[in-house]
Design a protein around this ligand. Structure first.
Ligand code: GFB
Length: 310
């Protein structure tokens, strides 16, 4: 990417998009184009077409998506498939029509089969049934990967797909029903400590294993791969280590300084038993995660604990 290049970050108000903007700015890139959702509804084909024709960006980071945790995915099944299919179809197609030099599509580790061997290699895509709680979201993301490959094959577009593991960081969503596990636990333990509550409720059995990557590491990987990765298919972005939800809860308990107990609400779904990324392809391109889980959670906690999780 040339320093003067015009770069559109779709989803710049979200956790990942905002981290990508920070990373680009830190790298000296100043020609960054953004639009908030009220300014540009990417689900709307005409609005997206007009935006691309007017701005004609050179590079696109496609980080705009409808996202959420396990209950949000399972509850708003129609919204997750419809909104994501519309956003990515509009952006990918109009990037092609307007000769974008390179587009990076951001997917998710939930594209892999629920019971795939671990760690998850890129070629396990479409080898088995998906986890039911997030199947609509996963199908949309799989369609995004296949669109990038199809536009590469038919039109020669340099459109690439990257699959992040579970992410956390600044600008996360702390809504207790719709968020992912890490922001939910930070909020629950912090508020329990403030109010001297005896116990914190953790969803599910505590046995599922998850891998967590800080959004700043994710943005750094996207920035790096935008410059070094030009292949069809996909590349995983993760740390290559996982932790049980119970141990994650104990870590958040330690970081927040909460002294009470954990209880597990087994009426809530566990989701996929394990989602550990194989990161050998990522490492072979020369990028590795730098922020440890404890360091990352501590920095997020310190930055939000006085803001009442707004
Ligand atoms: O983060 P999470 O919602 O997403 O849940 P997934 C991870 C695990 O943490 C599940 C448990 O086993 C949850 O039951 N958990 C425990 C909690 N306490 C809580 C809590 O208070 N809130 C939440 N949210 N979970 C999502 C997918 O799956 O991961 C998306 O639905 C996407 O499509 C995203 O792929 C990265 O890892 O289960």
């Amino acid at each position: 990417m040339e320093q003067q290049a015009k770069i559109y970050v779709a989803g710049h108000r979200g956790m990942v998009g905002s981290a990508i903007v920070r990373r680009l700015q830190a790298g000296g890139f100043t020609n960054i184009i953004t639009r908030s959702s009220p300014e540009l509804d990417l689900r709307n084909q005409e609005a997206t077409a007009a935006f691309f024709a007017q701005e004609r960006p050179d590079y696109v980071f496609l980080a705009a998506a409808k996202v959420g945790g396990i209950i949000a995915n399972n509850t708003y099944r129609a919204d997750f498939i419809y909104e994501n299919m519309m956003i990515q179809s509009n952006v990918i197609h109009h990037a092609y029509l307007n000769n974008v030099k390179k587009l990076m599509f951001l997917g998710s580790s939930c594209i892999y089969p629920k019971l795939a061997p671990q760690p998850l290699k890129e070629d396990y895509l479409l080898t088995g049934l998906l986890e039911p709680t997030n199947e609509p979201y996963a199908i949309a993301k799989i369609a995004g990967i296949k669109m990038c490959d199809a536009y590469r094959a038919q039109y020669g577009c340099n459109f690439v797909s990257v699959m992040p593991t579970n992410l956390y960081g600044p600008n996360d969503n702390y809504d207790l029903k719709n968020s992912h596990v890490l922001p939910a636990l930070l909020r629950k333990f912090h508020e329990a400590k403030q109010s001297n509550t005896d116990e914190v409720v953790v969803w599910g059995t505590g046995t599922p294993l998850r891998e967590f990557l800080h959004a700043d590491d994710m943005a750094d990987a996207c920035f790096y791969l935008m410059q070094h990765y030009n292949e069809e298919g996909l590349v995983n972005i993760g740390v290559g280590e996982d932790i049980s939800i119970k141990d994650l809860a104990l870590l958040v308990k330690k970081i927040t300084g909460y002294k009470g107990n954990l209880v597990f609400d087994t009426t809530k779904p566990d989701g996929t038993p394990r989602k550990l990324m194989d990161v050998s392809k990522l490492h072979s391109f020369g990028w590795k995660a730098k922020i440890s889980l404890e360091e990352g959670i501590t920095s997020v906690y310190n930055s939000i604990k006085d803001n009442a999780f707004l």
